[in-house]
Ligand binder design. Structure first.
Ligand code: ASC
Length: 128
């Protein structure tokens, strides 16, 4: 739990920042913008799978105002928002299995669908 709404906002934003950093690093390998490093990919995949579960605890009631780009629909469509989060967690879980398998082609195949789950929630629930 959080002492004040701003703490919840900071927590979830920190989580998304970490997620984006590791997702971006894995994506660079999946898209051929960085050389494939199987050990690094496996480490990124571990962080991504763990951190994918964290930020959603920060969307507490009353944290819709402040330094946030979260759309009010996050709180009025909680079941849909949760379903989107779970889709993402499932997709990055599959990406992690692929990345940890050490096979670049499998990682490439799993990356696009995972990125799409990020985008779906941003389109629906993030301002701008
Ligand atoms: C990223 C990142 C996102 C997603 C999204 C996918 O690397 O930071 O938010 O991928 O851009 O469309």
């Amino acid at each position: 739990s959080f002492q004040k709404p701003e703490d919840a906002i900071k927590y979830r934003r920190a989580g998304f920042t970490v997620l984006a950093s590791h997702f971006g690093a894995l994506g660079a390998m999946a898209n051929g913008r960085a050389p494939f490093d199987a050990a690094a990919a496996a480490r990124h995949a571990d962080v991504i799978s763990l951190v994918s579960h964290l930020p959603f605890a920060g969307f507490v009631p009353g944290s819709d105002k402040g330094e946030t780009r979260a759309d009010p629909q996050v709180w009025t469509e909680q079941a849909k928002f949760k379903a989107g989060a779970e889709k993402m967690q499932d997709a990055v879980g599959k990406l992690a299995v692929a990345a940890k398998g050490g096979n670049l082609d499998a990682m490439k195949a799993a990356f696009g669908p995972a990125a799409q789950t990020c985008k779906a929630c941003h389109d629906a629930y993030r301002k701008d």
